[in-house]
Structures are given as C-alpha cells and as structure tokens.
Write a protein that binds this ligand. Structure first.
Ligand code: SF4
Length: 481
C-alpha cells in the first residue's frame, strides 16, 4: 500500500481495538434487560403526549436475505424459503396492530415524516406483500406527511421495473443500496458479487427521476481492498453518481459472526493503518469527484437533500446512518428493531425471531432491553451526536438546549483533550470544540472522550469484560423465555 500522509505514530497512538460508532449513546451494552414492554408503553405515552407534533422516523425491520455476505453483522436470517418470510410478516403485522391499538387507546397520533424499511433485505418481499405492508401503515397514520420513504434494496434482486413499482405503487422516494465495494476480487472474497454494470442497468433515467436520494453503503476493511482497488471503486461510484455515499468500517467480530473467518482464507484483512490509508484515498477521490463530506462517514452531492440538511443543521446520525430531517425520534417495529424516543428513552426488540413471536403471541410488546436516559446521558448523547454529525460541539447550542455552561460541565473532558489539541486533532475556541480536518479521521476517538461508561482510559480488557457481561446476561434471558 502507498504511504499515508497521516502520521502513522498518531494512528498507533489513538488506535483502540474496541471502538464505538455512537449511533447510540449510551451504547447498547449498557442498556438494561429489566426494561420490558410495559416500560416501553409508559415511555411511549409519556414522551408522545409531551412531544405531540415532533416528527417521527418509523422504522420497519425485514430480517431476511437470500445469500450471506461474509462481512455481515446485521440481524438477519438467510433463507430462500419465502414461507419463512410470510410467517414473519404475520407477526410484523401483529406488532404493528398491537402498537397502534395501544396508541389509539391512549389517543396518540403519530406525526410520521420518515419511513424506512431496513434489513436484512426488504426487497425480498414480493410486490403484493410489500404493498400490503405499506397500505397497512397508510391506514394507521397520515401518510401525506411522509417526506422520505426509503427501501433498502439488494441490487441483485431488483430491476428497473421493480424499483419503479416501489416508487409508483408503494411511494418509496429514497433507495439505499449495499454497494460495499466494486472490485471483483473483493466481492468474491466476501461472497457478494454485484458488478458496477448491474447498478448501471438498474439506475436508469426513469429510476433517477423518481428517487430524490440514491444512497450507496461503502464498507472499508474488506479482504483484498488496497489503495489501488479502492481508487477504482471510487471512480465507478463517481460515474454512477449516487446522491449519497455512506461509509462504515467493517466490524470484524468472529465471536458474534463466526462465518467472518472465511474472509481470511486468502490473507489478512487491512489493518488499522491500512484502513486509514483507504479512507484517505476515498476522501481525496470523492472530494475531487464533486462530493462534499457531510458527516464523519458521509459524502453527498452538493445539490442533494443530505448536503442541504448538513448546511442548515438538520442532519443527524443514528442507527440508520446519516439522515436528514433533524433529531431522530425513532419508533421501530420488527425483530431487533431499536426505538429511540427523543433523548429520553431507548428500547430494542428481541433479536431472535422465536422470542419475538412468543411475546407477540402473548399479546406483549416484544421488548428485549432498553434504557431511560439521565440528564447527563442526554448531554453526552447530544455531544457525541454533534461530533458525529457536524464535527463540533457548539457551546451556544448546549446553552440553548440544556441551559448549561458546557465549558464548565465538560471541564475534565476539555482537560483530557489537551493531548489531542497538541496533536492537531481538535481546536477549542470561545465558541466551541471543533475537529480539524485531520481530527475528522479520529472522530470516534474524540467522541469517546465524552463517553462516561467506556471512556478512553478504559483498557481493552475492561471494554471486553463489559461486552462479555452483556452477552452473558442476554443468553440468560434467552434461556428463561
Ligand atoms: S444483504 Fe445485507 S443484511 Fe443480508 S447478509 Fe448481506 S450485508 Fe447482511
């Protein structure tokens, strides 16, 4: 690989084996398994009655894929048996009914502005089942207020006609594709072959006309990725012109997903230094290709909705990546789906479909864990969100939102940042704490300074112990069900 212009010592100095992306804060391992469906009900009533007109992001999880990608750590089931999908849909409809019956009993209406079908691969649903699901939602809230409707789409399972159907009949106006990488060798080594030509075929003029946002997910750290292959992938992306490119670092967690080991069959994965080099190439290439960096892992075209949101302060980073439309109030249905009510509550459904179904059969919310955030959690959540979305902590913004002098509040954290200031990653002024261009590549480390539960002073072993404890508690719950 080529030498990175980023100081390798700096990369080594700040490297951590366990890092957090802060899609949620506090991170999931700190949520309580005592938080159950009854707690979620109370949270819904309290939060929704106090925030009646706040826009809601309604997320629907479809956890099925026909083929396993070896890098995947999503909650999914691999199957070609559509009967399994059908059976799941019965329960998904049950959960939706349970939720909306409960909201109706409490005279609560949802002001849904965003609908997002994620997975797994939502495009596994056949046309009729997709339409039935959308029609059900249309009957439950005022669909005329929905501004964004995204369907995550598997390019290998859709064609132009299907994408037009999803738009014209079901109303989707955003597509998110798991692009991951265009190099054929990399694709082969992760068991996901989908050449750029395939995207060319399906992203026709007609499709581009009806979808206002076309997003590509781009995964860094895959086997066989080099600065050369990544450069070519970037060129193909620029040619295909998605409005949005969302990057993520591949999480190698064989203790969660054992099949990931197959990616090492022909050699090691890019190490943390090489990943930084890859990110640097991507930054240079995409910037030269007309993309603007609109978030830690996000590049968008100048006239895209995401760039506008970034500029007017309504972009937000959360469980579904970088999104437009301001702070995300998530209400989510489906196995493993995570709800996020403002900065007050988190809750998550059971991952495994058997437990998910069991609770619904008993007429209970299938809630697996959750958390009520303290004031301190909320302040720190806002800090990590601001850093991930805008690369800065604006002191006035905190004064306005929390009525506190954030400089005083974070005095210890500011002291801790001293070293990062010396290393040229962060600058502090009277207005706020801001990452430098170099610092943007260390935004997870910088966000970590504001994490009370897993601060940078925690060792690898201490972090691992937290993860193991959470896993053991989860396994115990599973046994009890
Ligand atoms: S299609 Fe997406 S969810 Fe399914 S296995 Fe591949 S990466 Fe995972």
């Amino acid at each position: 690989m080529k030498k990175s212009s980023i100081d390798a010592n700096l990369i080594k100095k700040y490297h951590q084996d366990i890092v957090y992306n802060y899609a949620e804060y506090p991170t999931k391992d700190h949520w309580s398994l005592d938080f159950n469906g009854e707690d979620k009900k109370k949270a819904l009533v309290k939060w929704l009655s106090e925030n009646q007109n706040k826009p809601i992001f309604f997320y629907v999880h479809i956890p099925f894929c026909e083929q396993l990608c070896w890098f995947c750590t999503c909650s999914k089931v691999i199957t070609k048996d559509y009967e399994k999908v059908k059976d799941y849909l019965v329960y998904l409809h049950k959960e939706i009914d349970l939720l909306f019956n409960f909201l109706n009993e409490n005279k609560i209406k949802l002001n849904v502005e965003t609908v997002f079908f994620g997975g797994g691969s939502p495009t596994i649903l056949n046309r009729d089942d997709l339409k039935k699901l959308v029609d059900r939602l249309k009957s439950l809230f005022d669909w005329s207020k929905v501004v964004n409707f995204t369907i995550e789409s598997d390019p290998r399972r859709v064609d132009e006609d299907r994408l037009l159907y999803n738009n014209k009949v079901c109303g989707a106006n955003r597509i998110s594709f798991g692009m991951q990488d265009f190099d054929s060798n990399v694709q082969r080594r992760v068991n996901r072959e989908q050449p750029a030509e395939l995207f060319k075929q399906i992203l026709t003029k007609e499709v581009r006309k009806v979808y206002k946002e076309i997003a590509f997910d781009f995964l860094i750290g895959l086997p066989g990725q080099t600065t050369e292959t990544i450069g070519v992938t970037c060129e193909k992306i620029i040619e295909l012109k998605p409005t949005l490119v969302q990057l993520s670092l591949m999480a190698y967690k064989p203790w969660v997903a054992k099949y990931q080991i197959q990616m090492l069959a022909e050699g090691p994965l890019p190490d943390f230094l090489e990943r930084k080099e890859l990110l640097e190439i991507i930054h240079k290439k995409l910037s030269a290709g007309g993309y603007i960096r609109t978030g830690f892992e996000c590049y968008s075209l100048p006239d895209s909705p995401m760039t506008k949101a970034f500029e007017d302060g309504t972009a937000h980073y959360g469980a579904s990546g970088h999104q437009t439309g301001g702070p995300v109030n998530f209400i989510a249905v489906g196995s493993s789906a995570t709800s996020n009510l403002g900065d007050d509550y988190y809750s998550q459904n059971f991952y495994d479909i058997a437990s998910y179904k069991k609770f619904l059969d008993q007429g209970k919310f299938p809630t697996f864990r959750g958390m009520k955030l303290s004031k301190d959690d909320q302040i720190r959540q806002h800090a990590t969100q601001q850093l991930r979305s805008y690369f800065k902590i604006d002191f006035k913004n905190f004064e306005k939102n929390f009525g506190i002098d954030i400089k005083k509040y974070f005095s210890k954290e500011i002291e801790y940042l001293d070293e990062m200031i010396k290393d040229g990653l962060v600058v502090i002024s009277d207005d706020g704490i801001e990452m430098t261009l170099l610092g943007r590549d260390f935004s997870q480390n910088i966000s970590n300074v504001f994490d009370k539960y897993d601060p940078p002073t925690k060792s690898y072993n201490e972090r691992l112990a937290t993860i193991k404890k959470a896993k053991a508690e989860q396994a115990k719950i599973q046994e009890l069900i």
